[in-house]
Design a protein around this ligand. Structure first.
Ligand SMILES: *Cc1c(COP(=O)(O)O)cnc(C)c1O
Length: 357
């Protein structure tokens, strides 16, 4: 039996999208490859509400995180973290010898514009990283309002991890002043894992040009220059995934429509939150709860691992709490193509297994 995934990535992929992976191979130095990338760039610009340059990386999303913090920090990076993926930026900076500091709000609380302003005002930093949707804690940070603060600091680049939200929530890259917005294919975009995608502002490109050494495979400029020249890549890209992405973006933009897609994710989040509040408590503070994954505190103290084992027998999978929250919480994600009736059926199974009333 196929298991319906309610985990925060990888997600189930529609059969017609999977079929595109079987497109006959093409040469990556052909006009066909350039045309494919150009189409992807134009559609990604629509999805991200931006005119910035779009790049792909044949890596998971973390590849572009490492690429950008390394190639864009000249002075010092201020990492704002509300969980494990926020902390990952800091870890990457340290491992690459990039000067960085990490700032954490209280557990369950989002980053605030005031907090960012406070950190930036002494002028020590030239990069800020924020996780839009922290998958480990179920928090959604106010990337737009934080962007307003950053507009007063034109020398600071704004790097946003939208791995678990792009395609599931509206992210207005240009209006919010985001210099790098990055994502992976295996979450809200509804594709298999294996590609990372990002928008890169001209300001970020100018910064990268002046910084070195930048390495080879994860050199932002090596990738940007090649894409700008003829929509190709310095190394062989994952063309099968590009065919699937090109096709899936049409479905997102034209068949479902962006607003419908964002509304559907928000509606499903509303259902999980109401259910979570009725039977348990939510981890994330009100007003900053994720629209793609909900972290529910395991206040009844039942075994989450056992719950998942039983759910798997019934054709579903959810996620345990992440890191310190393992067994203390559980996470229900509903990314990409998950529908309301599927979610309601999952919640009924949990009620049955745990005898919730
Ligand atoms: C999944 C995830 C990542 C890591 O993405 P990979 O594609 O696995 O490298 C980073 N940030 C967030 C918020 C995520 O959810």
């Amino acid at each position: 039996m196929a298991i319906k995934l309610f985990i925060p990535g990888p997600v189930d992929v529609a059969p017609d999208v999977l079929d595109k992976l079987a497109t006959p191979q093409i040469g990556h130095r052909t006009k066909e490859a350039s045309d494919l990338q150009q189409r992807i760039s134009e559609k990604m610009q629509q999805l991200m509400y931006t005119n910035n340059t779009i790049i792909l990386s044949t890596s998971s999303g973390s590849g572009i995180m490492e690429m950008t913090i390394r190639c864009l920090t000249a002075k010092r990076a201020a990492v704002f973290s509300v969980g494990a993926f926020g902390d990952r930026w800091y870890k990457m900076a340290k491992l690459n010898d990039i000067p960085a500091d990490v700032f954490h709000p209280e557990p369950g609380k989002a980053v605030t514009p005031e907090m960012v302003e406070d950190v930036l005002k002494n002028g020590d930093y030239d990069v800020v990283t924020v996780t839009h949707n922290e998958t480990s804690s179920g928090l959604m940070n106010p990337v737009g309002p934080i962007g307003e603060v950053l507009k007063q600091y034109p020398d600071v680049l704004y790097l946003v991890d939208a791995v678990s939200s792009l395609g599931g929530a509206k992210i207005e890259v240009d209006a919010w002043g985001v210099d790098v917005c990055l994502t992976s294919t295996q979450k809200c975009l509804g594709l298999p894992p294996g590609l990372a995608i990002a928008s890169i502002s001209d300001k970020a490109i100018a910064r990268a040009e002046a910084i070195g050494p930048r390495g080879f495979y994860l050199d932002l400029m090596n990738v940007v220059n090649r894409v700008k020249k003829n929509y190709q890549y310095p190394t062989t890209p994952a063309t099968p995934l590009m065919w699937a992405l090109d096709y899936q973006l049409d479905k997102i933009l034209n068949d479902e429509g962006l607003d419908n897609r964002f509304d559907r994710h928000a509606r499903l989040a509303g259902i999980v939150r109401e259910w979570g509040k009725r039977h348990f408590e939510l981890f994330a503070e009100e007003g900053h709860r994720s629209n793609t994954v909900t972290t529910i505190l395991n206040t009844k103290g039942n075994s989450v691992a056992d719950l998942n084992k039983e759910l798997m027998k019934r054709g579903y999978m959810i996620s345990n709490g992440y890191g310190d929250l393992k067994e203390k919480a559980f996470r229900i994600a509903h990314m990409a193509e998950r529908q309301e009736d599927e979610l309601l059926a999952l919640l009924k199974e949990i009620e049955d297994i745990w005898q919730l009333s």
